[in-house]
Design a binder for this molecule. Sequence first.
Ligand SMILES: Nc1ncnc2c1ncn2[C@@H]1O[C@H](COP(=O)(O)OP(=O)(O)OP(=O)(O)O)[C@@H](O)[C@H]1O
Ligand SMILES: [Mg+2]
Length: 221
Amino acid sequence: MKIGILNQKGGAGKTTIALHLSHALALRNYQVMLVDADPQGSSRDWAMARESDAPFSVIGLDRPIIHKEIAKLAKGYDYVIIDGAPRVSDLTRSAILAADFILIPIQPSPLDIWAAHSVVELIQEAEIYKPNLIARFVINRKIVNTAIAKEAVDVLQEYPYPVLTAAISQRIAFAESLNIGSTVLETAPKTIAASEINALVDELLQTIEQERHVTEEIIKA
Ligand SMILES: Nc1ncnc2c1ncn2[C@@H]1O[C@H](COP(=O)(O)OP(=O)(O)OP(=O)(O)O)[C@@H](O)[C@H]1O
Ligand SMILES: [Mg+2]
């Protein structure tokens, strides 16, 4: 299963979520590869900052050939997570073509939600060729103890993809753990930050399973 963490808006939380998701899946004993598709190389920097080997493979591939290389790269892995680049559409387009599932991290502000229309348009273009493509939004940097602003939710509903119930809050622990080449699953495994990541992974795996079921039913019918 190939999961693209994509949004051309800079700073949406792609790298934070890609690294935490990869680590969480590795802790569940899956073979995981993280493809750093961003020329900024943030995920590669994270792996370099680690003192020990990363619990999953990290490779850099920041040219728009991800969709051509993915089958070869994915051999032997249960999950391939693609950490996308901001702005550059050809890299995002290549990552969309490479992925089975697109997770779009988004900050719950109207400006960020409007900016997501670029990635939504690219996904819709790809759906012509890949009708089984699944896409979901995930709210990142939700302010703890606040409801997501109503106008933000209203604008999000204009997009054709659902928002996952699991959301990631604004917590300093996420940024601090990544700075030292770790994740909250290692630095703060018993905190709410770690439970938010695990809840996201649970919902993601359930969604993938449900969608697979729907596809099988359609094939049978
Ligand atoms: N939930 C969060 N809580 C606290 N800080 C966060 C959270 N999510 C992201 N950040 C911080 O916000 C900044 C941007 O996050 P991140 O690098 O994950 O976004 P990105 O989408 O990968 O950015 P880019 O588009 O530049 O690749 C980073 O400094 C990160 O530590
Ligand atoms: Mg990034």
